[in-house]
Ligand binder design. Structure first.
Ligand SMILES: *[C@@H]1O[C@H](CO)[C@@H](O)[C@H](O)[C@H]1NC(C)=O
Ligand SMILES: *[C@@H]1O[C@H](CO)[C@@H](O)[C@H](O)[C@H]1NC(C)=O
Length: 374
């Protein structure tokens, strides 16, 4: 159960063996994170969850469930593993941004703050659902990376994917989306316990191990992001030719009593099975559902195959238009993109698809609450 990653887990307070995680009543997020009025289209409860079922990634997600940080604003909420990045997302919502603006701002921020789990070149999977407009349609699944790329120069994949999605679905100017990541990279951010531990455990860490709480900058990454400011996401997408490299599909779906579970990505079918099992027999309440999902993820982590591969981080966003995003990004190994260089990234080319699995769960029969669980 002690996966290579459990020590390096970003904001992990797990002890060796990982089984010491206790369910807490005061789970960070989530019940009542936002109370929506009973809406015209009928009541519903939505849970956005992430699951990916290698032991390492499940552990990562478990720790996020327990220690993830989130921001709530009147018109939406953002949950990620770093408070500064959740704030980057909610700032985008407050500035009039839509869910995609918030998700992109938070994901780019995580590429700065959590280089042991994600990077500008990270692979990823994203579920996008404009629920109010399209509740009868399934969410759209977008995927990128996850495999060895073709040779030759290419733009960093997470950045390119987010730019292409932003060109279609964003409302804020692209430079505004880049701004929080740029600011943290140039002015300084605090090293998390997870990053510090990952640096200590990794031979390829970018530079010496930094103690938790150290205020550090990422100058090369800042220069790279700075150079992107003058261009729009549409210009970048055209120049890079990346729009067409986003794989677009539908998540798998399964019913479990009153609940619908939707999951996509390479880990999607396993995630779906586990989440549906967690909701059978029907949970007595949303809290019960939440508790069971946590227990399931915990037990997945404990029984997971030893061949864990990859590290990941994720985030969930809901905006005032009831657009939901669940995004998971990951690398094949901690610091898989290597030290940040003046090019901003290095190649991370997993030998097999990463088991990334963004998931959404919803109960059409519960009124007025949504949870974004990450
Ligand atoms: C890091 O230090 C700089 C000044 O050197 C400061 O502007 C910045 O706010 C600090 N960052 C944090 C997160 O404390
Ligand atoms: C950025 O914009 C400038 C001027 O609009 C253009 O010349 C340049 O090719 C663009 N760069 C990219 C990467 O799209």
């Amino acid at each position: 159960m002690q996966s290579p990653d459990s020590r390096a887990s970003p904001d992990s307070h797990l002890t060796a063996g990982g089984g010491s995680v206790e369910l807490r009543e005061d789970l960070p997020l989530k019940a009542g994170a936002a109370r929506a009025r009973c809406c015209a289209g009928g009541p519903r409860l939505i849970l956005a969850a992430f699951a990916a079922l290698t032991a390492a990634i499940t552990l990562a997600l478990l720790t996020q469930i327990y220690y993830g940080d989130y921001e709530v604003v009147p018109h939406g909420s953002v949950s990620s593993s770093a408070a500064a990045c959740s704030r980057a997302g909610t700032d985008a919502l407050k500035a009039g941004g839509r869910a995609l603006d918030a998700a992109a701002a938070a994901a780019l921020c995580l590429a700065v703050l959590a280089p042991h789990r994600t990077s500008l070149d990270a692979s990823g999977a994203l579920l996008y659902w404009e629920y109010r407009e399209a509740r009868t349609q399934p969410p759209v699944l977008f995927e990128w990376g996850g495999d060895a790329a073709e040779g030759g120069a290419r733009p960093p994949r997470l950045l390119a994917a987010l730019a292409a999605l932003h060109a279609q679905l964003g409302a804020l100017p692209w430079h505004r989306v880049l701004a929080p990541a740029l600011q943290l990279a140039s002015e300084g951010f605090l090293v998390s316990e997870g990053l510090s531990a990952a640096e200590a455990a990794s031979a390829d860490a970018p530079g010496a191990e930094q103690p938790p709480g150290a205020n550090v900058t990422a100058p090369a990454l800042a220069r790279y992001l700075q150079a992107l400011l003058p261009n729009t996401s549409a210009e970048l997408t055209t120049t890079w030719g990346t729009g067409s490299q986003l794989r677009r599909g539908s998540p798998l779906a399964q019913r479990a009593g009153a609940w619908r579970v939707l999951a996509g990505g390479a880990g999607g079918s396993a995630a779906l099975r586990a989440l549906a099992a967690a909701l059978t027999p029907p949970p007595a309440s949303p809290d019960d559902a939440q508790r069971r999902v946590l227990l399931t993820l915990q037990s997945e982590a404990q029984t997971g195959a030893s061949g864990a591969r990859g590290v990941a981080t994720g985030l969930a966003v809901v905006d005032q238009r009831d657009t939901y995003i669940a995004l998971v990004t990951g690398l094949s190994v901690p610091f898989g993109s290597g030290p940040q260089t003046s090019a901003g990234w290095a190649r991370d080319e997993p030998a097999a698809p990463l088991d990334l699995a963004p998931a959404l769960m919803l109960d059409d029969h519960v009124c007025g609450t949504y949870l974004t669980l990450q």
